[in-house]
Design a protein around this ligand. Structure first.
Ligand SMILES: [Zn+2]
Length: 352
């Protein structure tokens, strides 16, 4: 990973972008793409779309979502405590005891989420799991008026951003889904854009995946691609308590996952696998027997249909503050996707 790629990763993991509030992270994306792309647009939904060689007859879309799960302030009580709704799919147990930032200002307002101490819980309370509606954020304010000067209903919040490096080139933090997939897309686009490509390449930093695949839906409609590759994270199954019989045995650090199944075009799968082999990149194969629960789903059914591929990074502890992915998997995915994009031809088959 060169200095530019490392700086991009740091920025992507430290910049907020809860679904619907992606403006700051999209500025990071625009700044990175400006010297690389022939055209960059931001649509009225908030998707950032970069294009290389816009006039070729075949259009290939690469999609990664830039939004992350978070919280939205729904109520400020008389004592200045904040209550929230979820944005995206949270397990409330993951939120108890977390430090958060409310993005009400440029620097953000710090807060903490907690609940009644164990000493003060009665017997029945100790056996219960936390519910989101019973959790609150404490920002240190001592009244509703004071809190209201610092935050407003409708402000978004994230867990404290950033990441920690673990052994074996693994990284952990709250925004791996899907900033690491976005990093792969941006890096692959940069690599492919150095070459004279035969297809038009569109890199989409899509909004609002976590609330219903909404950004990819509008972006794919607007671009009308022939091929669409979604970049995501998927559940690694190499940690305690998971069953490999349904999801397969997917290990962090053993390569990105190329999916097969009805959501994926068989020619696109073959081409991605060939690129992985040609670049001597590790990869894993997984099955998905239905429409995927990510942007690959909506891309495939856009307009008259799109030949779709899905590459996912194995991720432990999905939708928590400590998601774990591998830098090796990220670099491998960027390498073979970049190769695929640089070498795709308008005549490559897409009809199954
Ligand atoms: Zn995701």
């Amino acid at each position: 990973m060169d200095d530019l790629s490392k700086k991009l990763l740091d920025q992507l993991l430290q910049t907020p972008g809860t679904s619907g509030y992606e403006q700051r992270v999209q500025q990071v994306v625009r700044d990175f793409l400006t010297p690389i792309a022939d055209e960059i647009t931001t649509d009225s939904h908030g998707n950032v779309i970069a294009c290389k060689n816009p006039d070729k007859e075949r259009r290939i879309l690469v999609d990664a979502h830039c939004d992350q799960i978070g919280l939205i302030i729904s109520h400020i009580d008389d004592q200045g405590f904040l209550y929230v709704q979820p944005i995206g799919g949270w397990d409330p147990q993951q939120l108890v005891g977390q430090r958060v930032t409310i993005w009400a200002s440029e620097t953000g307002v710090p807060g903490v989420i907690s609940r009644k101490p164990i000493h003060l819980q009665d017997e029945s309370e100790r056996g219960q799991v936390a519910k989101l509606k019973e959790l609150w954020i404490d920002i240190g304010a001592s009244s509703a008026d004071e809190a209201s000067e610092m935050v407003r209903v409708g402000d978004s919040a994230t867990l404290v951003l950033g990441y920690q490096e673990l052994a074996n080139r693994r990284i952990s933090g709250p925004a791996m889904d899907d900033r690491t997939g976005l990093w792969v897309g941006l890096e692959a686009f940069r690599q492919a854009a150095k070459k004279q490509t035969e297809c038009s390449l569109f890199m989409v930093s899509a909004v609002q995946e976590e609330v219903g695949l909404r950004g990819a839906t509008t972006a794919a409609y607007g671009i009308d691609p022939h091929i669409g590759i979604a970049l995501e994270v998927t559940h690694a199954t190499d940690c305690p308590g998971l069953d490999s019989r349904q999801q397969g045995h997917l290990k962090v650090g053993q390569g990105p996952v190329i999916f097969r199944g009805p959501n994926m075009n068989p020619h696109v799968f073959e081409a991605l696998e060939s690129s992985a082999k040609a670049t001597e990149s590790d990869y894993q194969i997984a099955a998905c027997g239905r429409g995927a629960s990510n942007d690959a789903n909506t891309i495939q059914t856009t307009r008259a249909g799109v030949a779709t591929g899905l590459i996912s990074l194995p991720n432990r502890y999905m939708h928590s503050g400590v998601e774990v992915v591998s830098l090796d998997d990220m670099e491998g995915a960027a390498r073979f996707l970049g190769h695929y994009l640089a070498n795709s031809l308008p005549s490559d088959p897409i009809i199954p």
